[in-house]
Design a protein around this ligand. Structure first.
Ligand code: DQA
Length: 144
């Protein structure tokens, strides 16, 4: 069945490719998004992508998803993962199933990255697989 997937990237992920590449890899956000859109097409589905550095814009984009028949959200909320009750409430509010993705293994890093406001309301969480984590999430969301 064709699925409509929304991939949301939070703050600083626009810097991928140059941002701490030893942690986040060499691929740019455009590289990652292009791959996801192409893969979704191959799997007879659609994938929209969105990035913002602003918490309010991320909340607004999640709300808009509810009007767009989005079947599944894949979100890397970046640092807001560890701080944002507002993003958690938005995801719970629209009741669209979602997967939380992190490029790095946040559990192997500083203690403040071990807490997530999203994980216990997510369908699943993928950490530490680099850009492949988004692909794995997309394949799951389309098959789900
Ligand atoms: C991140 C991990 C977060 O702790 C960090 O603030 C990010 C990226 C990741 O993809 O590994 O911006 O979400």
């Amino acid at each position: 069945m064709a699925r409509n997937i929304l991939v949301i990237h939070g703050p600083n992920l626009n810097l991928l490719g140059t941002r701490e590449p030893h942690i986040y890899g060499a691929q740019t956000l455009d590289d990652i998004n292009r791959h996801l859109v192409q893969l979704a097409t191959e799997l007879d589905s659609t994938c929209q992508t969105y990035q913002s550095n602003s918490e309010g814009q991320l909340v607004d984009r999640i709300h808009a998803a509810a009007q767009q028949q989005v079947d599944y959200i894949i979100i890397n909320a970046g640092a807001y993962t560890h701080t944002s009750v507002a993003i958690r409430d938005a995801l719970a509010g629209v009741a669209i199933p979602f997967l939380e993705v992190h490029l790095s293994n946040v559990h192997r890093r500083e203690p403040f990255r071990h807490q997530s406001y999203l994980s216990d309301v997510a369908q699943g969480v993928i950490v530490g697989l680099g850009a492949y984590g988004y692909e794995a999430a997309l394949r799951y969301a389309i098959a789900a």
